[in-house]
Design a protein around this ligand. Structure first.
Ligand SMILES: [Fe+2]
Ligand SMILES: [Fe+2]
Length: 199
């Protein structure tokens, strides 16, 4: 296990944002709640690749189901709610992490379409699914360790409150389950497998 979620007590900074990333701001609880599910999907794929054909089919169905119920909405919310608010404070086109985040979104969307097509037409999709799982895991790692702290650095308290309201409204409108409100940031240890050079 290369990640954990540890509960921490709230700590407020004296300057700048009122949030110092020792805990998640409410604005990020929903996204991190989804991230935990995404890592479980990625782990399931990895295990299935070492298992039977039936394990692989199950992992593929779980991935498609996760995408339909959470993943697609999650990416939409990040691009239409989170990034426009961050755009007020940060030049997104010159930020390498944001560019990688958007590149991952395009890759994941593309990959899930291909996997779905291969699944429906009964063509082998083990490599496609394995690549999808690896990038999904790296994407969560990027957002939890680079993008979320960036929000702490650049957004004001009012920005974060607005982000929390908009994120919750969209989540409710889509009928997605509410996240727990006391999650600490996900933590990754040194055994985290890095991003593959080419998926
Ligand atoms: Fe995310
Ligand atoms: Fe994302």
């Amino acid at each position: 296990m290369f990640w954990k979620r540890k509960r921490r007590r709230s700590k407020k900074t004296e300057t700048g944002s009122s949030w110092d990333y020792t805990e998640y701001h409410p604005a990020l609880q929903g996204w991190s709640f989804d991230h935990e599910k995404a890592i479980a999907i990625s782990d399931g794929i990895q295990q299935a690749l070492d298992g039977t054909y039936s394990d692989l089919q199950k992992a593929c169905s779980n991935s498609l189901d996760f995408w339909a119920k959470n993943g697609a909405f999650h990416l939409w919310e990040e691009e239409h709610v989170l990034l426009p608010i961050l755009h007020r404070r940060l030049r997104l086109s010159s930020d390498r992490d944001i560019q990688q985040m958007l590149e991952d979104h395009a890759y994941l969307r593309s990959q899930i379409h291909i996997i779905n097509s291969f699944h429906l037409t009964r063509r082998p999709y083990d490599k496609l699914l394995g690549d999808f799982g690896r990038i999904l895991r790296c994407h969560v790692h990027l957002e939890e360790t680079q993008i979320f702290p960036k929000l702490s650095e650049h957004l004001s308290a009012d920005d974060l409150t607005e982000l929390a309201i908009l994120a919750e409204c969209h989540r409710q409108a889509m009928g997605r389950p509410a996240p727990p409100h006391d999650q600490a940031p996900l933590q990754f240890d040194d055994s985290f497998p890095g991003r593959p050079s080419s998926p």
